[in-house]
Design a protein around this ligand. Structure first.
Ligand code: DQA
Length: 148
């Protein structure tokens, strides 16, 4: 069975109540369940993990190596600061797609810089929760059909 990992960084556990005019009213649990249901239609599985701690996200990236076809990653504020997360993504073979609910290029200037995007397969920003689904679709539809 092929698997995807959905990884969410700091403060995303507060989705639904956190600045809903920017991030919407969906909770992280609802989003994870929607993506899980979606990947199951392709007979894939989804593991989901959220942490407010940079080191825990690094541990998860390292441990995921070889286990997943891809990682859907919203690194939240660490996007703009974390050389350590960038190095962790570079250190693993699993492709990572960076996702942001909001359009990071249309907000404060410090958000337009991603330290992680250059080492990711791609970046999706500003499409709300659909962004997670499109990232999943990118992995599902570029599947080589081998293994399982
Ligand atoms: C975010 C954008 C980041 O700039 C911010 O720090 C977040 C959420 C987004 O999903 O739009 O926490 O990653």
């Amino acid at each position: 069975m092929k698997r995807l990992l959905m990884l969410n960084g700091p403060n995303l556990n507060m989705l639904g109540q956190r600045e809903p005019h920017i991030y919407g009213f969906d909770t992280l649990q609802t989003i994870e369940e929607d993506i899980r249901t979606y990947v199951q239609t392709y007979n894939w599985e989804l593991d989901a993990y959220q942490s407010n701690h940079e080191g825990h996200l690094i541990d998860k990236l390292q441990q995921s190596n070889g286990k997943y076809e891809g990682i859907i990653f919203n690194p939240a504020a660490y996007t703009h600061t974390s050389v350590a997360l960038r190095d962790a993504i570079s250190a693993i073979d699993t492709p990572v797609i960076e996702v942001h609910l909001s359009n990071v290029h249309a907000r404060e200037s410090f958000r337009s810089k991603s330290l992680l995007a250059p080492v990711c397969k791609g970046q999706i920003s500003g499409l709300g929760v659909v962004g997670y689904k499109l990232a999943a679709q990118a992995f599902l539809e570029t599947d080589d059909g081998e293994g399982g």
